[in-house]
Write a protein that binds this ligand. Structure first.
Ligand code: GLV
Ligand code: MN
Ligand code: MN
Length: 421
């Protein structure tokens, strides 16, 4: 154990957080627009790299646009590094803390580790991943999936945003080549493991008055488009029995499947996006698409839920003489995190006199992808009112400091440990 050797510079932490919070801020106060592969995300990565250079770290980027910053601390640079960090993109109209906190905390913890002058057994790497959120192209966790070698290149090649821009051309604006993504995995051997601080994004820590969380597992996620193929026709003249209203079948599926989910433990499912064609009040819609996000730490339950969703959709469509089809476009298996590092996190929290509890993450994280291929762990701090993916997302200064101290101490314990992790 490191026994509290680090002094986190709280003014640096706060100032750095405030600097990042200027990037991609909506001018009308509706949160943040640092969507993947936009100028705002690029600006955040440039800012991160320049902050890391100021701290004396050596920066590099990979073919997925992920940014890294290395400090050997006296360790042999050929030894795989411990990475700490998070992501810099946001959901549309998202908050300042999701992802941003983990990157800022990594800079502040990295500064403290460097200034401690301690000789490390392995190098430290600060990490800022791209396209973690995914709503623009349906390609969540792209940066960490590329590193883990877990990308489905067929889906990636076909990905387009709502304005029909292809992922390929959006990546080109960030000087990234989509066809080079499989090369990213070659650097995985340079990573010993990954540690991520994140806001909880739910209400459990706040409601139990607990200052920190040690994440035991990250939920599995499946995102599925369900398509209803009806018949476009006149809203007034089409005889009722002959109407094939795709929106109605989609609505019935939303209600019935959601009722089933409500009765099922250890599973959540969200109908989060709907597209209707031609989307006019006086036209019976011939096509409708609903995008679902379903989550569980239990893969078998995700299999069952996907089958149920397909069944409800097919039944709703058949009752109106139409067809339903579906496509899985984002699939992340549940990921147990590395138990020795969960124990180190708890031990460091005790030394720092921070209350800590174990919990499962129902949000997706880069640690939930990297944890499938390298040792990974996560620390949570409370979110006010449990709100996230919204402009009201907030964690107070005490949570920022608690989380950064715990991140720094846990990282240092791992960095000082000789031999196997
Ligand atoms: C990302 O924050 C997710 O949980 O979808
Ligand atoms: Mn996040
Ligand atoms: Mn998020």
């Amino acid at each position: 154990m490191s026994s509290l050797r680090l002094g986190i510079d709280q003014a640096y932490l706060k100032d750095t957080f405030d600097q990042l919070a200027e990037i991609g801020r909506d001018p009308d106060g509706r949160g943040y627009q640092r969507l993947a592969w936009t100028e705002a995300e690029r600006e955040a990565h440039r800012w991160f790299r320049s902050k890391a250079v100021q701290l004396g770290f050596s920066t590099w980027t990979d073919h997925a646009g992920n940014s890294f910053a290395d400090f050997t601390g006296g360790a042999d640079p050929s030894i795989p590094a411990l990475a700490i960090g998070s992501h810099l993109d946001t959901v549309p109209y998202g908050g300042a803390f999701d992802g941003g906190l983990g990157v800022v905390a990594a800079l502040a913890a990295g500064k403290a580790i460097r200034e401690s002058g301690l000789t490390l057994a392995r190098p430290l790497r600060l990490a800022a991943f791209t396209d973690e959120e995914g709503p623009r192209f349906g390609t969540g966790l792209l940066g960490s999936k590329a590193l883990a070698g877990a990308l489905d290149m067929d889906l990636i090649r076909n990905a387009r945003d709502s304005t029909n821009i292809s992922l390929n051309s959006a990546m080109a604006t960030s000087a990234c080549d989509l066809e080079s993504l499989p090369l990213v995995q070659q650097s995985l051997k340079r990573f010993a493991g990954y540690l991520e601080l994140h806001i909880e994004q739910g209400p459990r820590l706040e409601r139990s008055n607990t200052r920190t969380g040690a994440v035991t597992a990250v939920t599995g996620i499946r995102q599925i488009s369900v398509y209803f193929h009806g018949k476009t026709n006149h809203a007034g003249t089409t005889p009722k029995p002959e109407r094939k209203n795709a929106l109605r079948a989609a609505s019935e599926t939303i209600v019935r499947f959601s009722d089933w989910v409500d009765q099922t433990d250890n599973l959540v499912a969200n109908p989060g996006k709907i597209l209707v064609h031609p989307n006019a009040a006086n036209v019976v819609p011939g096509e409708a698409q609903i995008d679902w996000d379903m989550r569980s730490p239990d893969s078998a339950l995700l299999d069952q839920a996907y089958a149920k969703l397909a069944e409800y959709a097919e039944n709703a469509a058949a009752s109106m003489s139409m067809q339903a089809t579906h496509q899985l476009f984002h699939d992340v298996p549940p990921c147990p995190l590395f138990s020795p590092w969960i124990q180190i996190t708890e031990q460091c929290a005790h030394e720092l006199d921070l209350s800590i509890t174990r919990l499962v993450s129902w949000a997706g994280h880069d640690a939930g992808v990297l944890g499938l291929v390298i040792p990974s762990a996560m620390i949570f701090v409370p979110s006010r009112d449990g709100i996230s993916h919204a402009p009201e997302e907030f964690s107070d200064d005490a949570a920022l400091v608690d989380g950064t101290q715990l991140l720094g101490e846990t990282a240092l314990s791992i960095l000082l440990k000789e031999g196997p992790l």
